[in-house]
Design a protein around this ligand. Structure first.
Ligand code: MN
Length: 149
């Protein structure tokens, strides 16, 4: 059911993207797709609740602390999408190239209805991050400064 919107937007005879199924609740992987669609953006996805919770980040996930980026929540994607890279044909939803920009694991330290705090361990991204819900589908994604010890 959570994948209804994902499936409704796509024509699986035409796109190489997976139809997918809802997975198990467990899992702690993240991925960032670089998506050269009509506008270049980065899709940040966290494996949660049997799907990939997904945000489109126009300017990319911050690598440096103190940088805030708009992250627009988009439809949940199937877990299988974590391995997806390829070209979505012209005329299809999200047409353009999708490549894996970074991947790794994450660990949640705090979760409320409008805030998610987590640590990323990837190749390009590592450290403490926060997603803060602002309004509608809009969130702010920021990297925390390293705490003084
Ligand atoms: Mn995208």
């Amino acid at each position: 059911m959570r994948l209804d919107e994902y499936r409704r937007k796509r024509e699986f005879k035409k796109t190489p993207e997976p139809i997918g199924e809802e997975g198990s609740e467990a899992g702690n992987r993240f991925i960032v797709h670089k998506h050269q669609a009509s506008h270049l953006h980065y899709d940040f996805r966290l494996e949660m609740e049997g799907v990939l919770k997904s945000w489109a980040v126009p300017k990319g996930v911050p690598v440096e602390p103190g940088v805030r980026r708009l992250a627009v929540q988009v439809e949940d994607h199937p877990i299988e999408y974590i391995d997806f890279a390829g070209t979505i044909p012209e005329g299809e939803y999200g047409a353009g190239t999708v490549e894996i920009w970074d991947k790794g694991n994450f660990e949640i330290s705090k979760k409320t209805s409008d805030q998610l705090e987590f640590t990323l361990k990837g190749e390009k991204l590592s450290g403490d991050y926060v997603l803060i819900h602002t309004d509608k589908n809009n969130w702010l994604l920021l990297k925390r400064k390293i705490k003084e010890k």
